[in-house]
Design a protein around this ligand. Structure first.
Ligand SMILES: Cc1cc2nc3c(=O)[nH]c(=O)nc-3n(C[C@H](O)[C@H](O)[C@H](O)COP(=O)(O)OP(=O)(O)OC[C@H]3O[C@@H](n4cnc5c(N)ncnc54)[C@H](O)[C@@H]3O)c2cc1C
Length: 426
C-alpha cells in the first residue's frame, strides 16, 4: 500500500509511526501501516471512502491523552486530527465554530480578545483536543458549574464511517427540528463518525475567581461537599493524604502542604468574595493563589505515577447523595491506593499504586461493579471505556442496550472501519 495514492498528506515510515502505539493509558497498540493528516471534512471523507473500499480499519487519533486506550491502533491506519484548525467566533451569540484539532488552552487564548471562554477544563487542558474531548465527553474541574463537553456542543460537522459529510444541530439555543445525531457522537469514542467542526457554547470570561483550601478527610468530605454545593461553586476538588504527599515530592510542585487530605473550592461569580468570606468563617477554609492551587491539583495523577511508578486509575462517578457511603466503601476496600477527583460531580479517581493494570484488573472490576450496584455508580465519569474498561462495561450497561449500540454501529459502519474493538463489544 502507498498511502500517498489516497491524496491526503500521510506518512508511512515505520519508525515515525511508532509514535501512535501509546496514549496516556498503560496499554499499547500496534504500529499502524500509515498515518493520514486531513485538514478538513473533505479530506477526512476521502480517507474513509478509500478505507471502506480497501477494508482497512481507521483509528482517529488526536491529543493521544486517552487514559483508557481509546485511540490505539491494532493493524490499519491512523487518522491524526491535529491539523483541523478552523475557527470562527460569534461573540454576540457566545458561540464558536471550532476545528476538532484545537486544544482548549489554545482556543481560550484566541477567545480572550472577545472576553469569552470555553470552560471545560480537564487536567489535560494543554494537550487534549476539542475533537478528543467531544469523543470522550470530557469533564474536568469546572463541570460542577459549566457542565461536561456534551453540554457545550450545540451542533457538529462530522464525517460518517462510510465517508458522508454531515452537519447536525441548529444555531439557535432552542430547536426541536433535529434528531440529535451530534449528541450521538459525543462520548462515542470515534465509533459513529469523525468530528471535524464543533459549534461550541461559550461563557463570558470570569473577572475574578476565589480559590480556597479546606483540610478534611475521607470520612467527612462527602458531607462537606454537600454543604459547599449550597454556595454554587465553580469547582470542588479533592486530594487525599497520599496524593498530597506525592504532589509535595514532585519536582514541579508549586509549594508543599502539611500532608492532610484537602478540598479545593472555587467561586467565579460576582458574589465570589462574599462567598469566600463565609466559607473562611464557617468552614475554616484558607484562600490561596488560584493559579498555584490549580497547578498543585493538576499534578495529582502525574505525581502519583512519579512516586509509585505503576498506577491504575478508575474514574467512577456517583450521585452526590452517595458520595459519603461510596468513599467509605472505597477506603475500606483499597489496600494500597489513593483517591482524588472532581468531588463536586461525585467523580472520584480511585488509584491502585505500585501495581500494573494487569495485576489489579480483576480486583478493580469487582470494586467498580459493586459500586454500580450499591451506589448507583457509573463505570467511567469522564475517561470513557476504550479498551481498558471493556471488561467492566456490562456491570452497568445491559445486554439489550449494548445490542442497540451494536445495531447502530453496524448501520453506520457496515465494514467496521472506524476504531473497531473499542467501547462497543462486537
Ligand atoms: C494528565 C491528564 C489529565 C487528564 N484529566 C482529565 C480530566 O480532568 N477530565 C477528563 O475528562 N479527561 C481527562 N484526561 C483524559 C483525556 O485527556 C481525555 O479523554 C481527552 O478528552 C482525550 O482527548 P485527546 O485529544 O487526547 O483524544 P485521544 O486520546 O487522541 O482520543 C480519544 C478518543 O477520541 C477519538 N477521537 C479523537 N479525535 C476525534 C475526532 N475528531 N472525531 C472522532 N473521534 C475522535 C479517538 O479515536 C479516541 O477514541 C486526562 C488525561 C491526562 C493525560
Amino acid at each position: 500500500m502507498k498511502c500517498s495514492e489516497v491524496g491526503v498528506t500521510c506518512l508511512d515510515d515505520p519508525e515515525l509511526l511508532k509514535a501512535y502505539v501509546s496514549d496516556a493509558s498503560p496499554l499499547r497498540g500496534e504500529v499502524p501501516k500509515a498515518a493520514f493528516f486531513p485538514i478538513d471534512a473533505t479530506e477526512v471523507a476521502k480517507v474513509l471512502k478509500w478505507a471502506n473500499k480497501e477494508k482497512i480499519a481507521v483509528y482517529p487519533f488526536a491529543g493521544g491523552t486517552s487514559l483508557v486506550g481509546s485511540p490505539l491502533p491494532s493493524e490499519g491506519v491512523v487518522m491524526d486530527l491535529i491539523l483541523m484548525d478552523y475557527l470562527e467566533v460569534f461573540p454576540k451569540d457566545k458561540l464558536a465554530l471550532v476545528g476538532s484539532g484545537w486544544k482548549p488552552s489554545e482556543l481560550n487564548s484566541e477567545l480572550r480578545e472577545y472576553g469569552l471562554w470555553f470552560p471545560i477544563d480537564p487536567g489535560s487542558y494543554d494537550i487534549a483536543t476539542i475533537g478528543g474531548m467531544i469523543a470522550t465527553n470530557a469533564g474536568g474541574i469546572r463541570a460542577v458549574k459549566y457542565g461536561v463537553t456534551a453540554d457545550r456542543v450545540r451542533a457538529l460537522e462530522f464525517v460518517t464511517p462510510t465517508g458522508e459529510i454531515v452537519w447536525s444541530g441548529a444555531w439557535s439555543k432552542k430547536s426541536s427540528t433535529w434528531i440529535r445525531l451530534h449528541q450521538l457522537l459525543v462520548g462515542s469514542e470515534g465509533q459513529f463518525g469523525v468530528v471535524t467542526k464543533a459549534l461550541l457554547e461559550l461563557e463570558r470570561l470570569p473577572e475574578k475567581a476565589e480559590v480556597l483550601m479546606i483540610e478534611t478527610n475521607l470520612e467527612e468530605v462527602g458531607d462537606l461537599v454537600l454543604k459547599l454545593m449550597e454556595f454554587e461553586p465553580s469547582a470542588v476538588e479533592f486530594m487525599d493524604e497520599t496524593t498530597v504527599e506525592a504532589v509535595n515530592h514532585h519536582p514541579s510542585a508549586p509549594f508543599k502542604l502539611e500532608g492532610n487530605s484537602i478540598l479545593l473550592v472555587e467561586f467565579d461569580d460576582e458574589r465570589a468574595s462574599e462567598k469566600a468570606e463565609s466559607i473562611e468563617m464557617e468552614l475554616n477554609a484558607t484562600r490561596g493563589e488560584p493559579e498555584k492551587l490549580w497547578k498543585y491539583r493538576k499534578l495529582a495523577g502525574q505525581a502519583l505515577t512519579y512516586k509509585y511508578g505503576k498506577r491504575a486509575d478508575w474514574d467512577v462517578a456517583v450521585p452526590l447523595s452517595e458520595l459519603s457511603p461510596a468513599l467509605k466503601f472505597v477506603k475500606d476496600r483499597l489496600e494500597e491506593g489513593a483517591v482524588f477527583g472532581h468531588f463536586g460531580d461525585g467523580n472520584m479517581h480511585i488509584n491502585y499504586l505500585g501495581k500494573s493494570v494487569e495485576e489489579v484488573i480483576e480486583d478493580a472490576k469487582e470494586l467498580v461493579c459493586e459500586m454500580v450496584k450499591r451506589f448507583k455508580a457509573t463505570v467511567s465519569g469522564e475517561h470513557g471505556i476504550g479498551l481498558l474498561k471493556l471488561p467492566m462495561l456490562k456491570c452497568e450497561v445491559s445486554d439489550e442496550a449494548i445490542e442497540v449500540w451494536r445495531k447502530l454501529k453496524l448501520a453506520l459502519d457496515p465494514n467496521l472501519i472506524l476504531n473497531p474493538g473499542k467501547k462497543i463489544p462486537l
